[in-house]
Ligand binder design. Structure first.
Ligand SMILES: [Zn+2]
Length: 195
């Protein structure tokens, strides 16, 4: 796990330079930005695990790598579903690819305050307190249940992505002052047609 990257969704340049090129067959989705209401509503559980879900997960990995992220949740590509993908190696290690369908945090321990960013809130970062360790219960893209424990950046990524599936953005964990400052800047960018 690269400890030089402290963001849950934005990989370091070093990590992304060696990221795998997405396969030609994969669909690269544009990332939904802050302001779209889909980011603020809970996703629907995945009930049927078929080839479509597996394809969606692979397309989400491809979209995440293309955006140089280390985590991506379905609402961020405009799909209100409880599925997210995480790879804190930025595509360097195929075994680090984690699909979280219908995930739940079943255990959390410790606290770490670190800077966090989000692909849906590009250009803005803020310090967020997250558990140091979390255990997540989820299903993979085939519907098989598993439990996974994450520490530090991985724990942060799990929490950040599961928040997305519940309609929560990292902005909601910031101080009101910091949050309002970012919201004002985004409003200004939107007026200028840059958001
Ligand atoms: Zn995010």
């Amino acid at each position: 796990m690269p400890d030089k990257s402290t963001s849950s969704e934005t990989a370091t340049p070093a990590a992304t330079e060696t990221a795998q090129a997405p396969s030609a067959a994969r669909k690269i989705y544009p990332i939904v930005k802050y302001g779209d209401t889909i980011l603020e509503k809970p996703g629907a559980p995945i009930k049927k695990f078929d080839a479509e879900v597996e394809q969606l997960a692979e397309d989400m990995f491809a979209s995440m790598y293309a955006a140089q992220g280390v985590g991506l949740a379905a609402p961020q590509i405009g799909k209100s579903l409880r599925i997210a993908v995480v790879d804190v190696t930025g595509g360097k290690n195929p075994e680090a690819k984690i699909v979280l369908a219908n995930p739940e945090i079943i255990h959390a321990e410790g606290e770490v305050r670190e800077e966090e960013g989000c692909l849906s809130v590009p250009g803005f970062r803020g310090y967020v307190m997250r558990p140091q360790f979390v255990t997540v219960k989820a299903q993979n893209a085939k519907g098989e249940s598993f439990e996974i424990r994450g520490e530090n950046l991985l724990a942060r990524a799990f929490c950040h992505e599961i928040d997305h599936l519940n309609g929560i953005l990292f902005l909601q964990h910031l101080s009101m002052l910091k949050r309002d400052l970012i919201k004002r800047k985004i409003k200004k960018l939107r007026k200028q047609g840059e958001w």
